[in-house]
Design a protein around this ligand. Structure first.
Ligand SMILES: Cc1cc2nc3c(=O)[nH]c(=O)nc-3n(C[C@H](O)[C@H](O)[C@H](O)COP(=O)(O)O)c2cc1C
Length: 438
């Protein structure tokens, strides 16, 4: 993460907050207010009396994410699938040794204590990447999980049922064993992408992260658990998810924009915490653009991969206006193409993509108002809407609020495409307004 921060600082892309702020709502309030206007990352120089500088919204822009993986044409999904396939770029040898990256032992509660939403139970870690190994096969997995601070020895976490970490924990629990985990805050960026993405369970996400990195990633052994972690990670928390114990966690204001009530969730026993010298801490406001962009990495790449493996003409996938809604951009090849796209998209991810809208290549899929323009101008409300009832749409939905799927074919009607050609004022995309207006 530090190299990304250094690069963005060198380019003056950061909004810098020099005055002291408190982690109790104020930091999140500044972050939310800023994100309403801008995608700029924010650096808080002083949060309460913490020694950590706090960065937020680091990954909250598609353009930055594309830059970070070398998707020069702005097509994140396509570049991601290529990177995973091709094994990434040649590695620059790292001249630093892992032992040269000095670390200090710290107490868990000396991390910035950040409370985000009005009704949150208290301070949370929201950017923690959990590294754990499959107890049977030893395959390492990376995934984001929020963690509620309890004290220096304890965190409480939520494990969604479909996630690999949850499966590992259950396997360990069957043997009455704790599952060792390293929680990484401020890990190298390839680890962030590998943690956010959904990668098949039999593939090592650590290998994926190392493969897509252009720089050799130095590893160091943990002190209390049998795991290796990237040495340059800002904060490393070593711990164990305890078996057969759940304790109250929450309420917590989630990505869906409501509070998930307090419930019994898993407990992490913390064995040790280290941080780099002059450390940074990464804070992610749940439901923010940064949270959405990282969740989009998971859903959009999964849908794109399946679509591009099975159907022609798939250009890009985005989740707008939020991750419940998948939008697919295609180059229409035949009558009914968009309907096959919808069905394949629904089949490729059983959670989240509650709706799938298919648009042509002249629609900006990252702009929901443009996508909705296509729905209103190119789709017939009675013929181009596909409703699939009685299908679960989200794994945590006891009242079935998210059941059913909605598909909208917002592509130009087949055979009459020329009637739907988009109007164009030549030059309007490139005109320099400053040279016209006083
Ligand atoms: C910032 C962020 C926070 C997340 N928090 C949680 C969480 O608290 N609990 C959870 O089950 N999933 C959470 N997720 C989702 C998983 O980390 C994500 O789906 C990941 O791809 C799962 O990895 P897996 O496919 O290896 O199981 C979060 C994702 C992001 C981007």
């Amino acid at each position: 993460m530090r190299s990304v921060i250094d690069e963005l600082r060198a380019k003056n892309e950061f909004q810098i907050v020099d005055r002291k702020v408190t982690g109790h709502f104020e930091l999140a309030a500044v972050c939310q207010a800023s994100q309403r206007k801008s995608e700029a990352p924010i650096l808080f120089q002083q949060v309460d009396d913490s020694q950590f500088k706090v960065v937020t919204n680091l990954y909250g822009s598609r353009e930055r994410l594309c830059r970070l993986i070398g998707a020069d044409d702005g097509k994140f999904c396509r570049q991601w699938v290529e990177l995973i396939k091709s094994g990434g770029k040649a590695k620059n040898q790292n001249k630093v040794k892992s032992a040269d990256i000095k670390r200090q032992e710290i107490n868990l509660m000396s991390l910035p204590q950040i409370t985000y939403q009005e009704k949150d139970a208290g301070p949370y870690i929201t950017s923690g990447i959990f590294l754990a190994k499959d107890p049977d096969r030893g395959i390492p997995n990376l995934s984001f999980h929020r963690a509620m601070h309890v004290d220096d020895r304890e965190l409480r976490i939520r494990l969604g049922t479909s996630h690999h970490l949850t499966h590992y924990q259950l396997e360990a629990e069957k043997q009455n064993e704790a599952l060792e985990v390293a929680i990484l805050i401020g890990a190298p960026t390839p680890y962030v992408f590998a943690a956010a993405a959904s990668i098949p369970k039999d593939e090592s996400e650590v290998e994926v992260a190392n493969r897509i990195s252009s720089q050799e990633i130095l590893m160091r052994k943990c002190q209390f658990i049998d795991l290796e972690v990237p040495a340059e990670t800002e904060v490393i928390i070593e711990g164990r998810i305890l078996p057969n114990i759940k304790k109250p966690e929450g309420p917590f204001g989630e990505f869906k924009g409501n509070y998930i009530p307090m419930e019994d969730n898993h407990v992490v026993e913390v064995l040790g915490v280290t941080a780099r010298e002059n450390p940074y801490y990464h804070s992610i406001l749940c439901g923010s653009t940064e949270d959405m962009r990282l969740l989009e990495v998971s859903i959009a790449t999964q849908v794109y991969k399946r679509l591009s493996e099975t159907l022609p003409g798939i250009i890009d996938v985005a989740c707008v206006p939020n991750i419940m809604s998948t939008v697919v951009q295609i180059d229409q090849k035949y009558d009914g193409h968009a309907r096959q796209v919808m069905l394949t998209a629904f089949g490729s991810n059983h959670d989240f993509n509650k709706s799938c809208i298919v648009v042509d290549k002249d629609v900006n899929i990252n702009d929901f108002s443009d996508v909705y323009w296509a729905c209103m101008m190119r789709a017939s409300a009675q013929n181009d809407v596909l409703l699939i009832p009685d299908v679960p749409g989200f794994y945590r939905d006891p009242e079935k609020d998210h059941w059913g799927r909605l598909g909208i074919d917002a592509t130009k009607p087949w055979g009459r495409q020329e009637n739907f050609e988009r109007t164009l004022v030549p030059g309007s995309d490139s005109v320099d307004l400053n040279s016209y207006f006083i």
